[in-house]
Structures are given as structure tokens and as C-alpha cells.
Design a protein around this ligand. Structure first.
Ligand SMILES: Nc1ncnc2c1ncn2[C@@H]1O[C@H](COP(=O)(O)OP(=O)(O)OP(=O)(O)O)[C@@H](O)[C@H]1O
Length: 236
């Protein structure tokens, strides 16, 4: 059988955060990720399950390059990765339009490439005239719409989604879910973090569980959800 190379590969990766020390105590660290081993293959939709604090968001930040591992290696063959952490990283004083341009450029596109997509982003966001107003005038739902629209219209090689399908008002949520499903069904590589097991089952080709900073299960969504549910009920 032909071997397909992963687009991103994590080997024994660990991340620790500095905990605020006190005057008399040495700086303390918290190991959010202890040992992550994960390959992400082109075109797949990979679901990430794990309880609160297990390290899922840290994993997404790591893959998107926002933070670096303390130990272990991440191999990424020069691909663009975008974290759909809604509202993250907008400059409050710039307009939605300018923030859209910057986000697109941060995802590795040229200014003119992003500009050709601006009308589509504007349209999808439903922000109307607010698109041209500073982001500090937006409600949090409006920021969500902007973030989602940018990442939906400007497709990175790997799209990382952190619980996105559960935000926004009902109309936008339905629109967002439809757009996500279209992406998932296309060749887009997607990493989806969700606490909704039915969503993982419905949308993903494969799933993994992160428990206490380690990858502990990897397989079909049905298999992995079974393992995860057993884990939750054993430790209640
Ligand atoms: N900037 C930070 N500084 C210190 N500790 C942090 C920081 N960010 C996260 N942590 C800690 O690291 C651990 C993992 O956090 P993370 O946000 O990755 O979990 P998660 O699995 O995404 O949780 P949730 O399901 O609640 O979103 C948690 O114990 C958290 O308290």
C-alpha cells in the first residue's frame, strides 16, 4: 500500500506554562502537555476529545505556531495552518476589513490575494457597514462572525477549529455549520476540538483523546468515543 506522509507530525511533544510565583517561592511550572504523539494526514478531519484542562487548546496553539514546544519535535512541511479561535488577535482600533486583511496575511497569503476575497468575507460575515468600523465597536458575536468568515473564505492548508460550531446566534451557527461541513467534505484538512460527541461522530474521519497532556487513544470516532466515555465514567 502507498504510504501517505502526514502534513503535520508531533513526536513526544511537551509544553509547560510558567505559573505565577511568589516573592518567596521559586517559579513553578505546569506541564499542560506531557507527551503528544500525533500525525495529521492530508484531507482528513481529525476530532480531538478530552476533558476540561486536558490540554486541547494548548495543542491547537502549538500546531498553529502560537507557542513552541519545550521538548519533542513538530514536523510541518511548510504548510499554512490557521487557528479558528474566534475573536483572537484582532486589532481593536482597526476596521473589520483591515483585520481581515491582516489575518489573511498572517495565514501566509499576499495582500492582493486577500483583497480579492474581501467581498466574499464581507458578505459571509453579515456585518454590513460594521465591516468598515473599528473592531472595538463590535459585539462579541460580531467578532466571532468576522473571525469565522475570514477562516472560512481564506482556506489554510490545515484548519484548526476550537469548539466553533457552538458559538454565535442560531442563524449564524447554522450558516457556520454548513460552511464547515462543506469544508470537511472537501479536501480541507481539519482538526476539530469538540465536547459534542455527536459532532465528532458525524463530522470526523478519525479521533484522538487527550488525557492529562497525553494522547491516549487513536482510532475511528466510534471506537474512540467509546473509550473516552468509559474513561469519564470510571473517574466520576
Ligand atoms: N497561559 C497559561 N498559563 C498557565 N497555565 C495555563 C495557560 N494556559 C493553559 N494553562 C493550563 O494548562 C492546562 C491545559 O489547558 P488547555 O486550555 O489547553 O485545556 P483544554 O483541554 O483546552 O480545556 P477546555 O476543554 O476547558 O477548553 C490547564 O490546566 C490550564 O490551566
Amino acid at each position: 500500500m502507498m504510504q501517505i506522509d502526514p502534513v503535520i507530525s508531533l513526536q513526544d511533544v511537551a509544553v509547560r506554562y510558567k505559573r505565577a510565583g511568589s516573592l518567596f517561592r521559586r517559579t513553578q511550572y505546569y506541564e499542560a502537555l506531557k507527551s503528544i504523539n500525533l500525525d495529521i494526514f492530508p484531507g482528513e478531519t481529525l476530532g480531538i476529545l478530552g476533558r476540561n484542562g486536558a490540554g486541547k487548546s494548548t495543542l491547537l496553539k502549538l500546531i498553529s505556531g502560537i507557542i513552541k514546544p519545550d521538548t519533542g519535535t513538530i514536523t510541518n512541511n511548510n504548510i499554512s495552518v490557521s487557528l479558528l479561535a474566534l475573536q483572537a488577535g484582532f486589532d481593536q482600533n482597526l476596521s473589520g476589513r483591515d483585520n481581515a486583511i491582516i489575518s489573511g496575511m498572517l495565514q501566509g497569503y499576499s495582500r492582493s490575494e486577500v483583497e480579492t476575497k474581501l467581498d466574499e468575507i464581507h458578505e459571509f460575515s453579515g456585518l454590513e457597514d460594521f465591516f468598515f468600523e473599528p473592531v472595538h465597536t463590535y459585539s462579541s458575536g460580531m467578532r466571532t462572525r468576522l473571525g469565522f468568515s475570514v477562516s472560512t473564505i481564506i482556506s489554510p492548508d490545515v484548519l484548526l477549529i476550537d469548539e466553533v460550531l457552538s458559538v454565535g446566534d442560531r442563524d449564524f451557527r447554522e450558516k457556520a455549520e454548513k460552511a464547515m461541513i462543506a469544508k470537511i467534505q472537501s479536501n480541507q484538512t481539519v482538526l476539530l476540538v469538540s465536547h459534542a460527541h455527536s459532532q465528532i461522530l458525524r463530522l470526523c474521519d478519525r479521533a484522538v483523546v487527550i488525557e492529562s497532556g497525553k494522547t491516549i487513544a487513536n482510532g475511528t470516532p466510534a471506537e474512540v468515543i467509546k473509550i473516552y466515555e468509559r474513561l469519564l465514567s470510571n473517574t466520576k
